[in-house]
Design a protein around this ligand. Structure first.
Ligand code: SF4
Ligand code: FES
Length: 364
């Protein structure tokens, strides 16, 4: 039982943000605006302890993420520690900062899966979105190394106004890179993407055409590649069950060691996060005030409190509710039943071509 009376399930997934450093500057980055500095990052031994504690708690898979995890010199040792703890290891990388040689060492360390992000199918546009010349070319080299090592590859394509019309080309690129799966993920408006929302927001027409394209591509490529895609938040009728429910199935450890229920949780003021530097993961999972803040259903307001879907979507996303209404307990305004649903349509209509605010700290 968690501190608020709600049942604490076992977590299944751990997002390990190894560093906030990254050579790219994607304007939709999910990292917070205040990035952790290199000096504050957890060391290899602490990550190894976190992985062992996570496995003991029931976690099955770890996503080694960032920033760019390749910016960590000890990435191979970290991967080895996660593998030794018995976790399924997934590396989430931009492909900039991980060489083919390093990929081989990672494979030997027990790496199970690789996810490479692409910014676009068009090289010039991709490099512009990444804020890094030559980023696009690196994807091809690393993908070839991954495939030759027989590690399953997923391509992750974050889509938004500048690239959403090229979904078919991005699927073709993923096939060409040898991926078995592509995730077409719409920009989610927290952190840097919230800052760049008007520049990233697609039009309703683009979203409709993209949905039709995905259906057609799924038909055309059945058996060749799995295409994952969902309706983007601001154009949906019902909210997503964000992180599978707050404090229910996953946890996120920041580069400095804070444990968060989701990657954007620090955007909600007043939450108290505990750190793996001071406490065991099991203690944090069960007792930290941040995890218990929105666990279960007792915190909900109407209409969620009496809604039949309250244990299906858990009232949507707390960070989005806060970002749009200023109240993290509010029904996610994406829901058509939410009192503030009108705000979402107004925000979706606010689009302009202002230059991107690229995310900060660059890795060398
Ligand atoms: Fe989900 Fe709340 Fe909307 Fe019901 S009212 S569908 S629980 S967000
Ligand atoms: Fe924080 Fe959805 S991103 S709850």
């Amino acid at each position: 039982m968690a501190g608020n009376g709600a049942v604490a399930h076992s977590p299944l997934g751990l997002l390990a943000e190894l560093t906030h450093r990254c050579p790219l500057g994607c304007p939709y980055c999910s990292n917070p605006l205040a990035l952790d500095a290199r000096e504050s990052e957890l060391d290899t031994q602490t990550w190894a302890r976190v992985f062992a504690e996570a496995a003991a708690l029931g976690v099955l898979h770890v996503h080694l993420s960032g920033g760019e995890p390749g910016a960590r010199r000890d990435l191979v040792a970290i991967t080895q520690a996660a593998h030794a703890a018995g976790l399924y290891t997934n590396l989430i990388t931009s492909a900039v900062g991980v060489t083919a040689r390093r990929m081989q060492l990672l494979a030997e360390a027990g790496l199970d899966h690789v996810q490479i992000s692409i910014q676009d199918s068009d090289a010039a546009s991709a490099d512009h979105i990444a804020g890094y010349d030559g980023a696009f070319l690196r994807k091809r080299t690393l993908a070839a190394a991954v495939v030759s090592l027989k590690i399953p590859l997923t391509v992750n394509a974050v889509v938004h106004r500048a690239n959403i019309d090229r979904i078919a080309d991005m699927v073709a690129l993923a096939l060409n890179l040898g991926a078995s799966r592509i995730e077409i993920a719409h920009a989610q408006y927290y952190g840097w993407a919230l800052k760049n929302r008007t520049a990233l927001m697609p039009s309703a027409g683009q979203v409709r055409r993209a949905a039709a394209a995905v259906e057609e591509l799924r038909r055309r490529h059945r058996g060749e590649i799995v295409i994952d895609a969902v309706v983007p938040d601001y154009y949906a009728r019902l909210p997503k069950p964000c992180v599978g429910g707050w404090g229910r199935r996953s946890l996120n450890v920041t580069p400095a060691g804070k444990v968060l229920p989701c990657h954007a949780a620090e955007s909600i003021p007043g939450l108290e996060f505990w750190s793996v530097r001071e406490r065991a993961l099991a203690d944090i999972w069960a007792n930290s005030p941040a995890f218990n803040a929105f666990r279960g259903t007792a915190w909900m307001q109407e209409p969620c409190r009496s809604c039949a879907r309250r244990e299906i979507d858990f009232g949507g996303c707390r960070c989005q509710a806060f970002a749009i209404t200023g109240d993290a307990r509010a029904t996610d305004p994406v829901c058509h039943l939410a009192p503030r649903h009108d705000a979402v349509a107004a925000l979706a209509a606010a689009q302009n071509d202002t230059p991107y605010a690229y995310r900060g700290i660059k890795a060398g």
